[in-house]
Design a protein around this ligand. Structure first.
Ligand code: DNO
Length: 346
């Protein structure tokens, strides 16, 4: 397993040399953030990420994310143009040694939470999703760190209505078209495409979401029979729906060679299905993190793995979910379990 750590480029308050100091971390996961969604990333900017990472002794082999333009997801407007740009981004990234590209097909919004700094009983703060609060939220009057903030409230409301009209089947159709276009290019370049599940794995604000459970992931993988067409298996996204059996999914999709990137996050699921993000340790949340790592180990997982969102601890401030300390603890916890599995399992 290749342990890596997300780094938001030169705008990240966490220096690469700190990431390098986390035991066992081999590379960074990053992206070009200055180019508008859908446009082609410049060679210079991709090269700069690679040069900076390598100079710090870190690999740069995973991109998270190359975002998918809404026109592709809606199958309208400049869809063809954006798909061609997407292919070009795959080619360019491959030419700099990128081997895995994470992306998602969530309409309009990336991950959604009701609060980003919810105080936990130990004095740390975490991202939480309280269903009642989300039901009261108006997406046009808010923005979250993972969201594309380039839309005005009016544009956002038009988009939301379009997706409501498109529905799940319409979204599947557009996803299928996109996959059939890009996977041959990825295969030719030796890049593994790894879709990130919807976070949370259910519809928010009345908009369809489809990468949500085993049945839909089966359908997704069946769209194209090639191992370059695979998954970012994010435990904290899929795992906040109790009916998703993460360990079963790791064994199943791992055996198929379709998991290219593993996100390890723990969540504490509350009675009404709301959830709080927790420390990585299994006993801190509802997920069996040790069991998941054993499943990766048992299936001979050779892909990339990273600690996902951390809490804010030890007085740290910064990008919600992406501070240094708790994610570093997560990396070390993952390393410890893997070392024990490597050493003591027959
Ligand atoms: C959340 C992340 C997501 C992820 C995208 C992938 O912290 O896991 O924002 O990067 O959904 O496209």
């Amino acid at each position: 397993m290749n342990i890596c750590f997300r780094w938001y480029g030169e705008g990240d308050s966490i220096p690469l040399k700190y990431i390098k100091q986390i035991p066992g971390v081999r590379g960074v996961v990053s992206a070009v953030y200055s180019t508008p969604v859908g446009e082609v990333w410049s060679y210079e900017e991709i090269e700069r990420l690679k040069t900076l990472a390598n100079a710090a002794g870190l690999d740069f082999e995973v991109v998270e994310s190359v975002p998918v333009h809404e026109d592709i997801k809606l199958g309208e407007g400049k869809c063809d143009y954006y798909i061609e740009n997407y292919k070009e981004n795959i080619r360019r990234l491959a030419s700099f040694g990128v081997k895995c590209i994470c992306y998602n097909f969530m309409p309009v919004f990336d991950w959604t939470r009701s609060r980003l700094d919810h105080p936990l009983s130990d004095g740390s703060t975490a991202l939480v999703y309280y269903k009642e609060d989300v039901n009261r939220m108006d997406p046009q009057k808010m923005s979250l760190p993972g969201w594309d903030s380039s839309y005005s409230p009016d544009e956002m409301s038009v988009l939301i209505e379009k997706y409501k009209a498109l529905g799940e089947e319409g979204l599947w159709k557009n996803l299928e078209h996109f996959i059939k276009e890009i996977i041959p290019v990825a295969a030719e370049c030796g890049v593994n495409m790894a879709i990130h599940p919807d976070d949370p794995p259910w519809s928010v604000f009345g908009i369809p979401r489809i990468i949500t459970n085993e049945e839909n992931i089966d359908r997704f993988l069946a769209l194209y029979d090639d191992t370059h067409h695979g998954l970012t298996l994010c435990s904290g996204s899929l795992g906040c729906d109790k009916s998703n059996d993460m360990i079963k999914m790791i064994y199943k999709y791992g055996a198929m060679g379709r998991i290219h990137f593993a996100h390890i996050r723990n969540v504490k699921i509350l009675e009404d299905g709301s959830f709080e993000e927790s420390a990585h340790l299994s006993s801190c949340g509802s997920l069996d993190v040790a069991g998941m790592l054993k499943a990766y180990h048992d299936t001979g997982f050779k892909g990339y793995i990273r600690p996902d969102h951390g809490r804010m601890i030890w007085g740290e401030t910064g990008k919600p979910g992406y501070g240094l300390y708790d994610r570093a603890l997560g990396a070390v916890y993952i390393n410890g379990i893997i070392e024990a599995l490597d050493k003591y399992s027959k």
